[in-house]
Write a protein that binds this ligand. Structure first.
Ligand code: FE2
Length: 137
């Protein structure tokens, strides 16, 4: 069973962000499936690399958006992004060095929960600013 289930409650109403969030859900689910199915290290590494690239690309897109609407908590939101990005990269490095992560399952579950919470709380906070800027502009 997939770890994360996409639902309407995660929609922000901003298409690029919603597409990114759905892609992140898929990437986390793919990693979770890899682990559950006992996929070989090469497949896990590929999925992990894809996830890392997507996370950073998505954060950059969100930060551009927040900047363009003068979101007042941009610095704090960026700090949260940097923190999780480092954590994911640390796992990637561990995987590259050892070919495995002992607590891979708890890592992917942690990441899934982080993503759900981040969309519901931190992202939900900046969305009205983007929408307001779009209507004003
Ligand atoms: Fe975010």
């Amino acid at each position: 069973m997939a770890l994360l289930t996409w639902s309407k409650k995660y929609l922000t109403g901003i298409d690029t962000i919603d597409r990114d969030h759905q892609a992140l859900f898929s990437a986390v689910n793919e990693l979770h499936t890899n682990i559950s199915d006992g996929a070989d290290a090469e497949d896990v590494e590929k999925t992990l690399n894809m996830l890392v690239d997507y996370v950073d690309g998505h954060f950059a897109r969100e930060e551009d958006l927040m900047q363009s609407c003068n979101y007042p908590d941009l610095v704090e939101h960026m700090r949260i992004h940097r923190k999780i990005s480092h954590q994911v990269r640390d796992y990637q490095t561990t995987f590259e060095e050892n070919g495995q992560i002992l607590d891979m399952r708890s890592f992917v579950e942690f990441l899934g929960n982080w993503l759900k919470g981040h969309i519901a709380i931190s992202d939900a906070d900046y969305i009205p600013f983007v929408k307001k800027a779009n209507t004003d502009g």
